[in-house]
Ligand binder design. Structure first.
Ligand SMILES: [Mg+2]
Length: 381
């Protein structure tokens, strides 16, 4: 069984926890001000006013005059995220993080030790509540697709278990937009054929869908029938370790993009060191506002997990890849792959190499002790 875990109103919940005077009040994270920027996260009190993520802040403050607006504090959320990850890790090493507040867990290997998938999900929910004073919604199901819907359907504080024999009854009444890959356009096309629910899709033949939607139709048909063979890809088995961030609002400022990249690099390098891995290939992913996505990679002269070396590659890839002039970026990612069987590194002749290794070691120690990313470096561009 697969468990999908998704923190409720994550950024806003962390802020309210840390500022108890905000409890019960409508709170959003975002900004920078009442008139500019967008809502990055809204707590449930704010949602009652019709406020949601990605809404312009000016509109949100019009909807609720008493709205409390807090700035985005990424290092804080990243540090809480790694505490959550540590709780997951008690129950299984098979963890695939999707973002700071969301992950898939494959618990098939943990059932002998901890009880059923349902028991494990319940324990994780309780641990997060007791130790971090935060609420996570959980979905338990035979595959990723259904587990993700299950965690979402009863939010906040959701806990939904879908057994194999109940899967089709669970899926059938849901609207087609619940299917991964059914966006606005496909939804509209399907509506035109009189198809509104997952059951409606299932009543068509696979051929019918393929004829109209090609490969995509096949994908839709399989998911509608509860078939999803994708495995949970944990860091342990992954061929690459990567981290990416989708922005609530497209970012055009290059300095801001560089700051995000630097933060992603620190996360990836710290995870490599945590797993005792070194990679030789560094890649970056940039998705523009129109969804065109480019991936650029660079092979280093030796395997490394040193933040500074990975950062040099990331930054030079970015500077070459990004067009001059105005760009609107919606997603950035950093990854390291090409893990060597022989992880011993060649002697490096750069004089400051040891200094950087020491710096990584010190910051890893501090981060392990006090929660991740308490320490991160300021960076010259
Ligand atoms: Mg969430």
């Amino acid at each position: 069984m697969i468990i999908h875990l998704d923190m409720d109103a994550f950024f806003a919940s962390v802020e309210v926890r840390n500022n108890p005077e905000l409890a019960g009040l409508p709170v959003v994270v975002g900004g920078p001000s009442k008139t500019r920027g967008v809502v990055a996260a809204a707590n449930y009190e704010a949602r009652k006013f019709g406020i949601f993520s990605a809404m312009p802040m000016s509109q949100a403050s019009r909807l609720c005059s008493d709205l409390r607006i807090l700035p985005v504090n990424m290092p804080l959320y990243a540090s809480v995220s790694s505490q959550i990850h540590e709780i997951f890790n008690r129950y299984t090493p098979e963890i695939e993080p999707l973002s700071l507040d969301e992950a898939f867990l494959d618990v098939n290997g943990s059932i002998k030790l901890f009880g059923s998938a349902e028991d494990i999900a319940r324990r994780i929910k309780q641990d997060i509540k007791d130790e971090l004073r935060l609420i996570v919604s959980a979905g338990v199901a035979p595959n990723k697709f259904v587990a993700k819907i299950a965690s979402d359907i009863d939010k906040p504080d959701g806990f939904v278990v879908v057994e194999n024999d109940a899967m089709q009854d669970f899926l059938d009444p849901l609207p087609i937009k619940r299917i991964w890959g059914v966006g606005k356009k496909t939804e509209e096309q399907l509506h035109n054929y009189g198809i509104f629910t997952i059951q409606d899709i299932r009543e068509q033949s696979e051929r019918w869908l393929i004829d109209r939607f090609g490969k995509h139709g096949d994908h839709i048909y399989r998911l509608a029938n509860g078939q999803d063979k994708r495995e949970v890809i944990s860091d342990v088995r992954a061929k690459s370790i990567s981290s990416e961030n989708t922005f609530v609002e497209d970012i055009t400022n290059k300095d801001t993009l560089v700051a995000y990249l630097s933060h992603l690099t620190e996360q990836v390098a710290a995870r490599l060191r945590e797993k005792g891995r070194k990679g030789k290939t560094v890649n970056i992913k940039i998705r523009y506002h129109d969804f065109t996505t480019i991936v650029r990679s660079k092979t280093l002269s030796a395997h490394t997990n040193q933040t500074q070396k990975i950062w040099q590659a990331v930054n030079s890839l970015f500077q070459t890849a990004i067009p001059s002039g105005q760009v609107a970026v919606r997603l950035l990612g950093v990854g390291v792959s090409g893990f060597g069987a022989n992880q011993s590194e060649q002697v490096d002749l750069f004089a400051d190499d040891d200094k950087h290794n020491e710096l990584d070691e010190v910051s890893d120690k501090i981060n392990q002790r006090f929660g991740k990313l308490k320490i991160h470096r300021g960076r010259k561009i």
